[in-house]
Write a protein that binds this ligand. Structure first.
Ligand code: COI
Length: 356
């Protein structure tokens, strides 16, 4: 199906304002954005327009009742100048899983992909090429009509904007096992990438930061005994006997694209992947008796971020330092090489965007 997208170019590019030696995360936004409106029960008016502020009713439903969700993806440039996006089909699929949970309309896959392509065609010069840098892509959807009663809205906006970005964490993170606050409960919205999950995490994260940690290691909302995920990423643990442990994707855990990619490659590399309910005690015991080689977070923004210490019941368990042969470093290199087209894409994970 061919999708019509109206293109309105920005009068003046802001690209020359970007310091590509220090792009940060969310410090700069590219010249354009893709927008689609859901009105009268269908997505319409697909367009790429200059990146600009939105005009919304003060009664905009998303601002009151939280019908808002998002995705995160990354675009890279190969040495030959091709634009490559890592597994966008997975994000498109998950966007609609989240939308369903939030009573929001599904976005057809062809609109998602056509919007992304049209946007990258205009803004591909914003893709940084330095190691560990990429163009972060932020697709999101929110209820846009004026609503006061608590009910699903009738109008929505889907937008993709982009930001040249470096690593989310530029050093290994210290995490604290959370035993008081809850990220997600059974039957809640933990598996959906909805805005409220992130808003609710801010207070407990600030508490952990005050105590000297960078992030939280969330546990189950019932007993606080089982590991779920970390603030902005899934978590994985590598044991000495070539085992990778991680919590299974469930109603309370985000089905991370980086997570599932790492598990697949890990299996290909001969690791035994154990996706079973993972108790905090198992990990603490493994850290204590030296079986735990590595712990790391996995996410689009975070990519692969080492965890240097786990705080639990007032004790900090420092984890062994990683080196270039550690699983997390090897998998990070494999993913980076794949995303930049340095190695063959045998798994068909890379979408090539035609820019001419
Ligand atoms: C991502 O990894 O893209 C995320 O969504 C995490 C983000 C909240 C920084």
């Amino acid at each position: 199906m061919s999708v019509h997208i109206e293109i309105q170019r920005s009068a003046q590019s802001r690209l020359s304002e970007v310091d590509f030696n220090d792009v940060g995360f969310g410090k700069y936004f590219s010249d354009h954005m893709f927008v689609a409106d859901y009105v009268d029960d269908r997505w319409q008016d697909l367009r790429v327009v200059p990146y600009e502020n939105l005009s919304l009713s003060p009664a905009c439903a998303a601002l009151h009742y939280g019908q808002a969700l998002f995705e995160g993806m990354k675009a890279y440039k190969s040495a030959e100048g091709e634009v490559l996006v890592f597994r966008p089909d997975e994000n498109q699929r998950r966007l609609n899983v989240s939308a369903d949970r939030m009573c929001m309309p599904e976005l057809p896959a062809e609109y998602f992909h056509a919007g992304l392509e049209a946007l990258l065609k205009l803004d591909h010069a914003w893709i940084p090429t330095a190691p560990h840098c990429s163009l972060y892509l932020r697709p999101y959807m929110f209820a846009s009509d004026a609503v006061l009663g608590v009910r699903p809205a009738k109008e929505y906006k889907f937008i993709i904007f982009t930001a040249p970005s470096a690593l989310y964490y530029n050093k290994p993170v210290r995490v604290r096992v959370e035993e008081k606050y809850v990220r997600a409960a059974e039957g809640g919205t933990g598996f959906a990438k909805c805005a409220g999950n992130y808003g609710a995490s801010l207070y407990p994260t600030r508490e952990a930061m005050k105590a000297g940690y960078d992030q939280i290691l969330w546990t189950d909302g019932h007993l606080h005994q089982y590991i779920e995920e970390s603030g902005t990423m899934n978590v994985l643990f590598v044991l000495k006997d070539k085992k990778i442990l991680t919590s299974p994707v469930s109603g309370t855990i985000l089905d991370g694209v980086t997570r599932k990619s790492i598990l697949q490659i890990g299996r290909e590399w001969g690791y035994q992947v154990i996706e079973e309910r993972l108790s905090v005690e198992t990990i603490i015991q493994a850290a204590h008796d030296g079986h735990l080689l590595e712990a790391f977070g996995a996410g689009t923004a975070a990519t692969v971020s080492s965890i240097s210490a786990i705080g639990y019941k007032g004790t900090d368990f420092e984890l062994p330092a990683v080196d270039k042969n550690s699983f997390s470093r090897l998998i990070l290199k494999e993913l980076e090489d794949l995303k930049r087209g340095v190695i063959a894409d045998n798994r068909h994970w890379i979408k090539r965007i035609k820019t001419a």
